[in-house]
Ligand binder design. Structure first.
Ligand code: GLC
Length: 751
């Protein structure tokens, strides 16, 4: 946020209070010479409603806007530049529609595959979510349109979302659920942050001062405005005090009056109202100043971007028999309703009216002009459809074909904002259809369209190939045809694990909670962190994705780069055609002082290589990505030690590993009587002061013993104070307080 704008306001306190709630569903108030600001939903298109206004896109169409790949697919590009391009294009469309803020991106972590809005979020991994979300924000704001980073925070389910308390420990909060928000706020400075509906450990996000002020502004330096999700404010006065600047939507001044009354009764500090009003004024003036009237955009150009990005998002899950890419000739049976009625976006507030929609069947025919391409629906969303007849017709087409392409997935009513899924299975009739088609035509490719992860174990070994299209936006049909016929060599990678079964998922016993509480008992072990720690088999791992060529990782090195690190990975294209490879780097630390996953993602990069070509890929590794969050020290801590860095093609396909000594200050905690003997002995000052005492004590313990006693288990599980009691008068009076005070002062603790 630029700081050249006026920070104070000449408005009356009552008018300042009025600034703090919307004028209507989509605009802020114009108060005095503070201009109004228009905002609307994203995040993968623009949902500008002309007639009615609602937040679930239930009433009326919005004006046509390019529907880009939703976050579930955009993340599978593992490409911040693609996210930037999408944000930039959306910014252009916003300017043309005179919209100053686009409500996105959604960067909540995919805690459980049943989450109804997972299609709108990036990943189970905070690093991927942060990097892709940052790219999107930078792109949008490069066009003078503000982002609204959402939903802050810990909104990982739809069930009971307006009341439920996400009960999360500090490490999981900081290392997983807040981490994408932190990266984007500190790196890309979004104009606004949208608080979520839910509670965090019992306190509503909309009035959570720790979250909205201490963390967001105190720890991360955010200086934009915080708006509420629509209807998320329960107590406007408490919200203003906590640091919520803007209640949306407006409520015709009702809550403004409550703020004024609270000012008069002294139930709210005048400074809080002035503070929020000053932020809102700066925000409104900036939004107006950044308007670019007359901006024009090309639907064709944006559709081309949507198709290109979608092509990079597609994941080739398997192709054992080399069936892909298809030859554009012969008899091709296209099966599945989604081939003519494509799934390309999710339901709810993000649902937009596209400028056009590529039909997969048409796009396949366009790229295979010399082929005989037939179609059979195979299944239908219509409950009254004759399933047997649909299936029989599809099987007949498959039997008569040289190859069949079967489109499977989830219908929009199976996954949308406002509702989580009961499970992750594909619909029974689709599984039955596939089984029948495979019996008639083993040369079968499955194309998947879904927002949330679907269970693939029942079909993983059947088809000759599986292409995962997630939800690809309006150009899905064209992008899928490009990949099927090799116009595009797939390079997408999964950003969410595909579990063997729902019972294996980390939150299986706690999702979605009960009686307004959901307990994040798995802590930091979300997604691959869980499956890898528990050594649970998965159908396809996080980071997985194949290519029509192959790549060898010839070497990896990791060197310091200032405070950070950089990995150099030499990659060679060992296949017959050009391709793009996404190189992932994971870190491991054996013997950590805290529980860690076997490996965690700390960086990624990509490279395009011709057949036979090799290149070095540089992957920056921020030092902070090695850290854990210390609940006692209330900060991120990097442990000294020997870290292993793994260059990998997925979280379970480690290609090269290198070990690196990482220097860091030893971790020092404040020493008290409750400190362990081990902590006392490892401290330079306290250890030296009590060395003789401990030596005598251990000698006494081991007197008469024939062998050396290993005191390690005792050292770190015996509280110093309790132990002193057993030593009687061996410790001079006052020595303990003096030594602990000197040690704490030397370690930076007061007193
Ligand atoms: C919805 C969503 C939020 C959206 C807002 C406005 O309930 O949670 O993502 O931006 O309301 O439609």
């Amino acid at each position: 946020m630029t700081d050249t704008l006026p920070d104070t306001t000449e408005l009356s306190l009552a008018d300042q209070a009025r600034l703090g709630s919307g004028a209507d569903f989509w605009t802020t108030k114009r108060v005095g010479d503070v201009p109004a600001v228009l905002m609307t939903d994203g995040p993968h298109g623009i949902r500008k409603q002309e007639e009615s206004s609602d937040q679930l896109s239930l009433s009326g169409r919005s004006v046509p806007s390019t529907c880009f790949p939703p976050a579930v697919a955009l993340s599978q590009t593992w490409d911040a530049a693609s996210a930037f391009r999408v944000g930039e294009a959306l910014g252009r469309e916003c300017q043309a529609l005179d919209i100053q803020v686009l409500l996105g991106p959604g960067v909540n972590i995919k805690r459980d595959p049943r989450g109804g809005r997972n299609f709108e979020y990036f990943s189970e991994d905070p690093f991927v979510a942060g990097v892709l979300g940052e790219g999107w924000v930078r792109g949008l704001q490069s066009m003078g349109v503000g982002a609204s980073l959402k939903h802050f925070a810990v909104n990982n389910q739809e069930w009971d979302r307006m009341r439920v308390s996400a009960d999360v420990d500090a490490r999981a909060l900081r290392e997983i659920y807040l981490r994408p928000f932190e990266r984007i706020v500190t790196n890309a400075q979004p104009w606004t942050v949208m608080c979520s509906y839910n509670r965090i450990s019992g306190i509503l996000a909309s009035q959570n001062e720790w979250l909205l002020t201490d963390v967001l502004r105190g720890d991360w330096g955010f200086d934009g405005i915080v708006m509420s999700d629509w209807g998320a404010v329960a107590d406007r006065v408490a919200a203003v005090t906590a640091g919520l600047d803007l209640q949306m939507p407006g409520d015709d001044g009702t809550s403004d009056a409550r703020v004024v009354a609270a000012l008069e009764s002294g139930d709210i500090e005048e400074s809080a109202v002035r503070r929020n009003a000053g932020r809102l004024e700066r925000f409104a003036r900036r939004a107006r100043a950044e308007r670019r009237p007359g901006t024009v955009w090309s639907a064709d150009d944006h559709h081309a971007i949507a198709r290109e990005v979608a092509g990079r998002a597609i994941v080739l899950l398997r192709d054992d028999q080399g069936l892909l890419p298809l030859q554009p000739s012969g008899a091709i049976a296209v099966i599945g309703e989604f081939a003519v009625k494509p799934r390309y976006q999710g339901g709810g507030s993000s649902h937009v009216t596209p400028t056009r929609v590529d039909i997969p069947l048409d796009e396949i025919r366009a790229l295979a002009a010399d082929a005989s391409v037939t179609f059979a629906a195979g299944f239908s969303a219509d409950a009254d459809a004759d399933r047997a007849a649909l299936r029989a017709a599809a099987v007949a087409e498959a039997a008569a074909s040289d190859v069949s392409v079967v489109f499977l997935g989830l219908f929009e009513n199976q996954e949308a904002e406002g509702a989580d899924r009961p499970g992750i299975d594909l619909p029974e009739d689709q599984l039955a259809l596939l089984e029948a088609v495979l019996a008639a035509q083993p040369r079968t490719v499955v194309v998947l369209s879904h927002g949330g992860v679907v269970r693939l174990a029942p079909i993983a070994a059947g088809p000759a190939a599986i292409v995962d299209g997630a939800l690809l936006g309006q150009a899905a049909g064209g992008a899928l045809a490009d990949v099927l016929f090799g116009v595009v060599n797939p390079s997408g990678r999964l950003t969410e694990t595909v579990p063997e079964r729902i019972q294996d998922v980390p939150a299986f016993t706690s999702f979605p909670g009960e009686r307004m509480h959901v307990r994040y008992g798995e802590g930091i072990f979300v997604g691959y962190r869980w499956y890898d720690t528990r050594e649970i088999d998965v159908t396809f791992p996080f980071g997985h994705g194949l290519s029509y060529t192959s790549f060898d990782y010839e070497s990896v090195s990791v060197v310091a780069d200032g405070d950070d690190y950089v990995a150099q990975v030499t990659v060679r294209n060992t296949g017959e055609r050009r391709g793009r490879e996404v190189v992932q780097v994971y870190a491991s630390l054996d013997g950590s002082v805290v529980a860690r996953a076997p490996r965690w993602l700390v960086g990624f990069g990509d490279v395009e290589l011709e057949s036979g070509e090799r290149a070095d890929v540089s992957v920056p590794i921020p030092r902070d990505e090695l850290a854990f969050w210390s609940e006692e020290l209330h900060r991120r801590v990097v442990e000294p030690g020997t870290y292993a860095f793994h260059a990998a093609a997925s979280s379970r396909d480690i290609r090269r590993t290198v070990e690196v000594e990482v220097d860091a200050e030893p971790i020092r905690y404040r020493l008290t009587a409750e400190s362990s003997l081990g902590e006392i002995m490892r401290d330079p000052i306290a250890g030296a002061a009590f060395a003789d005492l401990f030596a005598a004590m251990f000698a006494q313990f081991s007197a008469g013993s024939e062998e050396d006693v290993d005191y390690t288990p005792i050292l770190d599980s015996s509280p110093f104070g309790r132990f002193l009691g057993s030593l009687g008068g061996a410790v001079p009076p006052g020595m303990v307080d003096d030594v602990l005070s000197r040690a704490n002062t030397a370690n930076g603790f007061e007193g």
